[in-house]
Design a protein. Structure first.
Length: 196
C-alpha cells in the first residue's frame, strides 16, 4: 500500500523535524505547506502593503489561507496518483475537521482507502515554555506575530486538533515531542507510520 502520512500540530512542536527523521526510512514526496506556498503568500501580502510574515491577518485568512492549503493538496494528489508515498506537513486544522477532505484527496488521485494507508501524527508539546523557546530558536520571520502576541496565541491554540476523518483510531498517534528525539522514539514513530 502507498503511505500518506500527515504531520500536524501547531508552530514550534517539531512537525518538520519529526517528518525528516522518518523520511530516512521510506522514499516519499516531502510536502511542507510553508515551502510550497510561502514565497507566493509573502509576495501577495507585501503587494497589499501587509506584513509578508503575518499568517494571522484577516486578509490572509480570507484570501490566501485556502489557496495555500489547496495548492499543497493538489501537489499531494499528483504525487499519490503517480504512485508515490507522501508526507504532508502543516497544521491542517480546518482540513482535519472536514470529514470529506481526505475522501476528496484520495478520489482525486484515483485511489481508495484500500490502496492508501492514511496516518496522522499529531506532534504536540506539553510544555508551553519549550514550545516558545523552539519558536524563538528556529528564528523564522513568519513567527514574529506569534512571539509578539504570545498570550493571545496560547489562548487560541488547539494543541490536539479535532480529527473527523473516517480513519481508524489506530491510524492517529498523539506524539509528545518534548525532550530529545531519540532513536527509540523515532523507531516507535516508524513502526506506527509504516504499519509494522
Amino acid at each position: 500500500m502507498q503511505k500518506l502520512v500527515f504531520f500536524v500540530g501547531v508552530a514550534g512542536t517539531g512537525k518538520t523535524t519529526v517528518a525528516l527523521k522518518l523520511s530516512r526510512y521510506m522514499p516519499a514526496a516531502f510536502l511542507d505547506r510553508d515551502t510550497i506556498g510561502g514565497r507566493f503568500v509573502e509576495a501577495i501580502l507585501e503587494m497589499q502593503g501587509l506584513d509578508p510574515k503575518d499568517r494571522d491577518s484577516d486578509f490572509y485568512k480570507k484570501n490566501l489561507r485556502d489557496l495555500e492549503y489547496n495548492t499543497a493538496k493538489d501537489v499531494c494528489i499528483e504525487n499519490l496518483a503517480a504512485g508515490q508515498n507522501v508526507f504532508m506537513i502543516s497544521p491542517f486544522t480546518a482540513e482535519l475537521k472536514n470529514r470529506e477532505w481526505i475522501e476528496d484527496v484520495l478520489a482525486a488521485a484515483g485511489l481508495t482507502k484500500a490502496q492508501v494507508d492514511v496516518k496522522v501524527i499529531v506532534v504536540a508539546l506539553q510544555d508551553m515554555e519549550l514550545q516558545h523557546s523552539r519558536i524563538v530558536g528556529r528564528g523564522t520571520e513568519r513567527d514574529t506575530w506569534k512571539l509578539e502576541n504570545w498570550g493571545d496565541f496560547q489562548k487560541r491554540v488547539d494543541f490536539v486538533p479535532a480529527i473527523n476523518w473516517d480513519i481508524p483510531e489506530s491510524s492517529i498517534l498523539i506524539f509528545d515531542n518534548s525532550g530529545e528525539l531519540t532513536e527509540e522514539k523515532v523507531e516507535k514513530l516508524r513502526k506506527f507510520a509504516f504499519g509494522e
